[in-house]
Structures are given as structure tokens and as C-alpha cells.
Design a protein. Sequence first.
Length: 254
Amino acid sequence: MHTPSSAPEQRFSDRVENYVRYRPSYPPEIIPLLQRETGLIPQHVIADVGSGTGISAELFLRAGNAVYAVEPNREMREAAERLLAHFPNFHSVSASAQTTTLAKHSVDFIVAAQAFHWFNTPETRAEFTRILKPGGHVVLIWNERRLDSTPFLQAFEQLLITFGTDYTKVRHENVNTAALSAFFRVDYATHTFPYEQRFDFEGLKGRLLSSSYAPAEGQPRHDEMIAELRRIFDVYQESGQVCFEYDTRVHLGR
């Protein structure tokens, strides 16, 4: 029996293709928000920690920033290297959040998108303090899937609760206000944007299987889960598609 690795840096190794194809990007409004609220300019250097396949790094590369993408998972890191190779300011770093290998006071911004809940530790806080320039900013970003705003999303959430291997344990919503306040130590600001993805059935299946807690092909209950996914899709699809609605939360602090 294969079970998901308990090591966060290994959980997505067999999910990279679906991750690249079906995980959402982030609202383009994030860059103008940072320009207004933090004074972000193209000359600022970004450390994208837990950068995965480069989804968030691309936002900052397109804005003209140099990005050091810190990612311990080899498969995800190599996917980012393929996808972002055409950006001369992209730098791939094989390292962890706790030991980024970046120089002391070398970055203006630290970004963690859809990843901070994997490495919210005192060691990470100390490392962020070490690499961040005085007056620098920390930006934590999550796409939070709405759980009950539509009948389809209610049914999809129930599917995850039923079939997810450790879904309730690893959900990023487990990083709550208390955890954020403890990490930032001083006041932080939260901004929220609506975001959505639309999928046909194959896209919905790929989106589900990009999650580390969804049983992969060959694992117990995989076939049963996919059958239930098909049933849900057939009930709730409109014009051959279903919609994932998100609230994208951007937490800005130091």
C-alpha cells in the first residue's frame, strides 16, 4: 500500500504533471497591490520560498523582478526550470525554507504562495529574518477554495473529506489568524481577491489528482473516488464545465 509521504518536500513528486496543468495561477491584481502597499518595483529581488512549479514566481518575473525560487522537491523544481527558462531573471535554488542558502540580507521580498503551511516553524522565521533586507516584506499567498458557495463545491468538499488520505490534517486553512500573528510578530494586513477556474471533466480530474491527499492511480479507493467525481460532475456541470471559486488571500507583513 502506498501512502502519501509525511515529508512535505516529497508529497508532490508524483503529481507534477497535473500540478502544472491544472493548479490555478493567482490574480494579476497582486502585483499592483504590492506596488501600492509596499512600493514594489522591478529592481526588488524576490525569494519565492516553496516555489513549486513556478506559478507564483512567474507573476514576479513578468513584473521584471529577479526571482530566487527556493524549492526542495526535485521534480517540481525541474518543472519550474523548464517552464521559466526563458526568463533571464529566474534563479532556481535547491534548498528548504529553513535553510535557503541565500546570502544574509539579500532579498527585498519573501513570497510563499500555497506553501507556508508546510514550513511554518521557528527555524523558518529565523531564516526569513536572516535573508530579508532591513525593511523588507513577507508576502504569504493562498488560493482558498470556497467550500460551500455552490452545490458543486459542497459536493466536491464532501468528496475530499470522504476519500482524502489526510485532507483535514494538511489543509492550508489550518494556518489561522493566531498562527499568522505569531509568525509576523507585528501587524500584518490581509487583502482578498476573487478568482476562479473552469474545468471539463478531464480538467476536474487533473485538478483533484494534483492534490497530495487524493489517492493516486493504483492506490486504495482511487477508482471509487473517480467514479464519485464523475457522478458529481454529471450532476452539476453546465455546458460541460464546473467552476472552482476561490478567495485569494494575500497577507503582507515583515
